[in-house]
Ligand binder design. Structure first.
Ligand SMILES: [Zn+2]
Length: 256
């Protein structure tokens, strides 16, 4: 029963945070502030949204994806962000349950979601948003003792230097924001799951790029944001990484 409640709670939290992060990323891209009292408005007619219209996912579906006054389509990314965050957070809570691993995996996923959304909206991963979550990650690792903290430090270094090496060798395509993102995320994941997350992220990114090329949605020179693919890689590593490592007789390290 607590497991089911935790899963539902996390899914709802994910949807709400997805909605909030989408606003933060959108306003950030437009150079507007997201703190303070500015109300959410329809981007087309400017009407202030009523509380029921702010319910993630549900309001989009009830309104058929359109503004109730002017009928303008609400951006799909809005629904996708809310649904993806609800699904990811729900799956992680169900996989890990109540405990340090559950909390750390949720903190990791939500910070990755925010950075993916700023990457999608503006093409930037902000250094501060990538590195600030390191503090809660370290706190959530601390009950595992020195070995767990050391594992986190190795994960951060591995995440940073793998992306940094690619930036230096390829001279473009990836930004330092991606390196900071994997540095921060690596502290939470620990080095083994970081290695797996990088591998899975590049696989998903590579196949998606090929698929988009084949469907002629992007050109050869289009710069795809890497953040969302790294986030998907980390999510997959968090969900199935310990089982994949276990297959080779490896442990993912505390708290996984
Ligand atoms: Zn409107």
């Amino acid at each position: 029963m607590p497991a089911l409640f935790f899963t539902l709670f996390s899914a709802v939290l994910g949807a709400v945070m997805g909605s909030f992060f989408n606003v933060v990323a959108e306003r950030g891209a437009q150079g507007r502030s997201w703190w303070g009292r500015e109300r959410s408005r329809c981007a087309s007619c400017g009407r202030v949204l009523e509380p029921p219209e702010l319910i993630p996912v549900v309001s989009f579906l009830l309104q058929g994806g359109r503004c109730r006054s002017c009928g303008e389509a609400i951006p799909r990314l809005c629904l996708c962000a809310e649904a993806a965050c609800a699904l990811g957070a729900g799956l992680l809570a169900w996989r890990w349950g109540v405990g340090w691993a559950g909390l750390l995996s949720l903190a990791l996923f939500l910070s990755l979601a925010l950075n993916s959304l700023t990457d999608l909206h503006s093409g930037y991963i902000y250094d501060l948003a990538a590195l600030l979550p390191v503090l809660p990650f370290v706190l959530l690792r601390s009950p595992g003792g020195l070995s767990s903290l050391f594992d986190g430090a190795l994960g951060g270094l591995l995440g940073f230097f793998v992306i940094a090496a690619i930036i230096v060798v390829s001279r473009g395509g990836m930004g330092w924001g991606d390196a900071f993102l994997m540095a921060g995320c690596g502290v939470g994941l620990g080095w083994r799951l970081t290695a797996l997350a990088l591998y899975l992220g590049f696989m998903v990114g590579g196949f998606s790029a090929l698929g988009l090329l084949a469907m002629k949605k992007v050109g050869r020179k289009t710069a795809l944001p890497l953040g969302p693919f790294l986030a998907v890689g980390a999510l997959l590593a968090l969900l199935w990484g310990p089982s994949i490592l276990g297959y080779w007789g490896w442990s993912a390290g505390w708290p996984w």
